[in-house]
Design a protein. Sequence first.
Length: 116
Amino acid sequence: MEFIALLSSGKGTWAQVSGLIKYGEWEKIILLGDDFAKQFTTEKPFEFIRIDLNKKLKDLKDEFSEKLKGKINGTEVALSIASGDGKEHMALISALLNLPAGIRFAALTKDGVIDL
């Protein structure tokens, strides 16, 4: 299953994404974020897609849709929205559902990676 995560604002949120990447077993990792998010590093290979997170909601959803089109091979993805705000989350979830792709929310807990 592909793993998709938004790298945005929020203290410590990149650590959640990093842990999900490290402890999850993913066929493909896609990280979305702005220019600042390009600084993110991890041991596993990933595809980074630059997004202008300052756009208005509809424009942001359209950019997510455009840049994710053709990137997802299966019918569902594991998604982390631990990082970011409500506008960004709504735009990303809407874009994924309209691809169409099902969503399983992924979280890292003391028991490991879980689906919510």
